[in-house]
Design a protein. Structure first.
Length: 231
C-alpha cells in the first residue's frame, strides 16, 4: 500500500476525487482515506501544516496501515534561479534547516544524536516519479535536489540566500523533512515531491496564491501516474 501525505486540503482533495472503493478511518484528528488510485491500493491524508503535524501524521499512517511507501506531495518555494514557478523538485534528501545545536558542536541542520545529517529519499521512487512527471507534465522541468524544511514560510532574499549558501537547497517548505525523518526511523522508503509555487523571495506573498492551484494540479497528475506504476 502507498501512503500519500499532503499538508493542505487542496493538495489531497483532487486525489481523493479520483479514488474508488473508498473507506475513511478517523484517527488522531485526521481522516485517512483508503482506497484504489489508478489501480493501486493507497491511503491519502491531509497532515496539516508544519513539522509536528507532518511527523505525527506519518507515524500514525505507518502504524495503522503498514504502508510500503510514503510519498509526500505538496508545494514549495524555489531556492535556485533555474527552478521556475510550476517546475517540480524531487528530493534527493531533506534537511531540517531550523534545527540548530551549534553550541553542542553540531553543524546547523544536524539533529543531535542522529546518525545522519540528512534523510535520503528512495532512489527507485525518485526514478519512477521523474519518468511519471516527464510523461504527464511535459511542459515543465523536473529537478532532483535537496529539499529544506522549517516551521516558517520563507519570503525574503536574505533568508533565501542563507539557505542556499548553508545547505545548497533546491526548494524550501514546511513538512518534507519531518515526514522523511519519521519514515527513516521506521525504515519505510519515502519520496518528497514539490511543485514550485513561488520563488521564496520578496515576491513570495504575491506569487503563492496565484500559482498554488496550478502547482497542485501538476502534482496530482504526477502522483496519479506514479500510483499506477507502483501497483
Amino acid at each position: 500500500m502507498i501512503g500519500i501525505i499532503g499538508a493542505m486540503d487542496i493538495e489531497v482533495a483532487k486525489l481523493k476525487e479520483q479514488m474508488t472503493e473508498v473507506t475513511v478511518v478517523k484517527k488522531a484528528g485526521r481522516e485517512y482515506v483508503k482506497g484504489i488510485l489508478n489501480g493501486a491500493p493507497v491511503v491519502v491524508v491531509r497532515a496539516g501544516v508544519g513539522k509536528v503535524n507532518a511527523a505525527g501524521c506519518t507515524q500514525c499512517m505507518i502504524d495503522t496501515f503498514s504502508v510500503d511507501y510514503v510519498i509526500n506531495t505538496g508545494i514549495a518555494g524555489s531556492l535556485q534561479a533555474k527552478i521556475d514557478i510550476g517546475d517540480v523538485v524531487l528530493a534527493t534528501d531533506t534537511v531540517e534547516h531550523d534545527m540548530e545545536a551549534v553550541a553542542f558542536g553540531y553543524p546547523v541542520g544536524q539533529i543531535p544524536q542522529m546518525d545522519v545529517f540528512s534523510f535520503e529519499a528512495d532512489e527507485g521512487l525518485r526514478r519512477i516519479a521523474k519518468e511519471s512527471c516527464e510523461k504527464v507534465n511535459p511542459d515543465i522541468h523536473v529537478y532532483e535536489g535537496r529539499v529544506l524544511t522549517g516551521d516558517q514560510f520563507v519570503s525574503g532574499d536574505e533568508k533565501k540566500k542563507w539557505l542556499v549558501d548553508t545547505f545548497a537547497g533546491y526548494c524550501t517548505e514546511m513538512e518534507g523533512a519531518a515526514i522523511a525523518h519519521t519514515a527513516y526511523l521506521n525504515e519505510v522508503p519515502f519520496l518528497i515531491v514539490r511543485a514550485i509555487s513561488d520563488k521564496a523571495d520578496n515576491s513570495a506573498h504575491e506569487d503563492y496564491p496565484t500559482f498554488e492551484k496550478k502547482a497542485v494540479e501538476r502534482s496530482v497528475r504526477l502522483i496519479y501516474e506514479m500510483a499506477g506504476r507502483l501497483n
